[in-house]
Design a protein around this ligand. Sequence first.
Ligand code: ZN
Length: 147
Amino acid sequence: MAFFDPKAKNIANYQRSIDEKKVSVSRYYDEIGRYYYKQYKDLNVDNTKDINNRCDAITKLTNEIEELNVKILYEKGLKLCPNCRTENNLEYTFCFKCGSRFDEEAKKVAEPAPAVKAEPAKVEETPAPEAEEPAPAQEETAASDAE
Ligand SMILES: [Zn+2]
């Protein structure tokens, strides 16, 4: 019964999680841009910490997305060559393209977790930075930042 194919369900769950993470990633990129612009405009502003927080969050999310992509491939009976990133059949010991050997560890990581529950994507996996610093009242309207 294709309708109840657990693989398809797992893939759908992974994909949903990936999509959510991608939304977070672009939000962080957006915020980094704002913070950077603020300190560009005003030398007294130092948003380094806020910017770094988001960079770290993006790195974390990107890694998680990568892992989810590996899981999706696994469900499809595929795995990525660690060297050239080519999709290979799970059974292959060597990459059919570049000949790299698949190490056992990579295999273990992709091991199917029995009965994967649709893990509700945790929303607060990245520390939501506290309130933005109160903007100084006086502001020369050079390029009014439209909110
Ligand atoms: Zn390869």
